[in-house]
Write a protein that binds this ligand. Structure first.
Ligand SMILES: Nc1ncnc2c1ncn2[C@@H]1O[C@H](COP(=O)(O)OP(=O)(O)OP(=O)(O)O)[C@@H](O)[C@H]1O
Ligand SMILES: [Mg+2]
Length: 246
């Protein structure tokens, strides 16, 4: 199946506040789509809608051919297909790195421990954390914890990965290592939907840019370079002006 995520006419509000207005977006297998936009424009809400963490007012969301409907039991299946990494990594503090990583494979996917541990160790090596498997989260830097959170998503073999500002809470010197990990995933063909405020990274990683503002998709383009060099809309121009490039 080529279309992994298909969103049609999605509307979402909190009480009187319309947060997402008629959103239409399709994400194909192997694509890296980056969502950018001002604070409060609905980016996180949109990502949460995609794996059924929010109810929607109207419209349709399909993930891997399944309708996302928070009242349906199917949602548990869908969530296994969608890996999500947030700004706060939410690792269990009383569990070691490897225990954090293999928890869901053992409990949710009923995999055997030796198998899950073996894969966890391989994935930790890929993100440069081979020596940290028996550490506790408190013994890790923010960037290391975030890479563990990425491994925790990857070990579930999701069809698509959602990232919501995963570097926003990190010290500047930690940002690079996490973005590097995501660039590697993109290079290896992962399907990814990324919300970020790191414009240089967005430009480097994106196959397509989606610019949100006030709950609308204002601009969407596969010509990533053109978007950053000369956005078509005033709203995107004004947004990009607020960033300086190094
Ligand atoms: N649980 C909630 N209840 C009520 N309003 C909410 C809730 N979650 C988000 N909102 C509102 O929805 C709007 C969109 O929020 P959202 O978190 O999706 O923005 P965002 O684009 O991710 O912003 P940021 O870049 O700051 O993370 C905001 O106006 C916010 O106040
Ligand atoms: Mg957000």
């Amino acid at each position: 199946m080529n279309e992994l995520i298909k969103v049609d006419h999605l509307h979402k509000s909190y009480d009187q506040n319309t947060v997402l207005r008629d959103i239409n977006l399709t994400i194909n297998k192997g694509e890296v789509v980056v969502i950018i936009g001002p604070s409060g424009c609905g980016k996180s809400t949109f990502l949460r809608c995609l794996n059924g963490l929010e109810t929607i007012d109207s419209g349709h969301i399909e993930v891997c051919g399944h309708e996302v409907n928070t009242t349906s039991k199917e949602i548990y299946k869908i969530r296994q297909k969608v890996g999500m990494v947030f700004q706060s990594y939410d690792l269990f503090p009383h569990k070691t790195v490897i225990e954090n990583i293999i928890l869901a494979p053992l409990k949710v996917q009923k995999r055997n421990r030796a198998d899950a541990e073996k894969e966890a160790i391989e994935l930790l090596a890929k993100v440069g954390l081979s020596d940290k498997k028996d550490y506790y989260p408190r013994q890790l830097s923010g960037g290391q914890k975030q890479r563990v959170a990425i491994v925790r998503a990857l070990i579930m073999h999701p069809d698509v990965l959602l990232f919501d500002e995963v570097t926003a809470a990190l010290d500047p010197e930690m940002v690079h290592e996490v973005l590097q990990t995501m660039l590697e995933l993109a290079k290896n063909g992962s399907t990814m939907l990324i919300v970020t405020h790191e414009m240089a990274f967005a430009r480097a990683v994106a196959d397509r840019i989606v610019f949100f503002d006030k709950g609308d998709i204002v601009e969407e383009t596969g010509d990533v370079k053109a978007f950053f060099d000369a956005p078509k809309t005033e709203r995107a121009k004004n947004f990009l002006k607020t960033f300086t490039y190094d």
